[in-house]
Design a protein around this ligand. Sequence first.
Ligand code: FAD
Ligand code: GLY
Length: 374
Amino acid sequence: MNTRVSESVIIVGAGVIGLSLAWLLARAGRPVVVFDKAEAGQGASHAAAGMLAACTELEPGEEWLLSLNRRSQQLWPTFAAELESASGIAVDLREEGTLHVALNADEQGKLRHHLALQEKADLPVEWLSPAEVRAREPFLANATGAIWSPQDHQVDNRKLAAALRVAAPRAGAVVHEHTPVDKIVVADGRITGIEAGGAFHPASVVVLAAGAWSRSIGGLTQETRPPVRPVKGQMLALSMPADAPLLRHVVWAAGIYLVPRVDGRLIVGATAEERGFDGSITAGGVLSLLQNAWRALPGIEELPLIETWTGFRPGSRDDAPILGEGPVEGLVYATGHHRNGILQTPVTADIVSRLILEGARDPLAEPYAFGRFK
Ligand code: FAD
Ligand code: GLY
């Protein structure tokens, strides 16, 4: 990148992607200003389940995402420790691992196929017998077996966003909430700044990190607009006694995942719907989440239902993130993280901050360049 150290960076969007980048840039001494149309951290970053599930979430045809996802898994422990120290807020990185359970022969057949895909990709996974599943999670319904992913952990994504909201300004970043960026301004083929709150704000670099809203920011053209759409997810939370939780690991079963939090909340997710920015909670959505959760963990029947919500995953055309430079000098992309943006937060912040600070183009980021959509 062709920028000077003293030149300021503007970040559009204060989700975990925008805030983590702001934190690393500010920590390195770079002037950085973040704008969000609402309160920071209340988009998909608030809605997520916080799974760091590179192995469990592998889908056929998405093997090319593994290098990025596995690098981010490696970065997570240090990233979490540094963030906790910088913010004074615990982000609850839990390292119990993930179980993907089968509850009948059909599901077992399907899981065995999934295991073969994971093993072919050389991932650290193993098959567990019913007794081994029971030993780890005694309250699960009778499982016929499970895939054990000992390196797929979880973090409390709401605490993550809160910690970044503290750490970024402490390092020197300025965060403007309730201030939508109306327009990204380009002159003579390069970025000059943005318009927000009725004023022009100059910058040599503008980072587009507006999650599912990234394609709708003013000033983007057909040439520069990222192909990102909202993928709606409905979720709910049940309340377990914190001192006697029904689950300790993250558990996947047909149609759902279950994520137990330190405070006793049990997150149940999620639907994946192509409905634009429709934020409604539907009977069908809640029904399928509860039915599938109850089938895997019958003890939930007694638990209070304490929250339902929706969120919008930023899904790109190929469901992979868009990272780095595009066709306009100074416009940088950090968007399209779809189902894995919490997992990919450390690696995105690392790759994009080094690009802006040092002009370093990490080969790992090459497959995720904007140019692949041409
Ligand atoms: P967001 O958090 O959505 O932030 C974008 C921000 O941009 C918002 O705050 C918004 O207000 C702001 N903005 C929009 N327009 C403007 C504008 N004009 N001006 C200024 N600001 C603007 N990922 C995982 O890794 N693990 C999971 O377990 C997981 N579970 C998920 C479950 C659900 C139901 C959902 C919806 C997502 C899940 N994800 C998960 C995905 C993850 O949440 C996202 O990939 C990640 O949060 C994207 O972060 P972001 O900062 O890009 O977007
Ligand atoms: N990664 C889980 C989800 O997007 O629902």
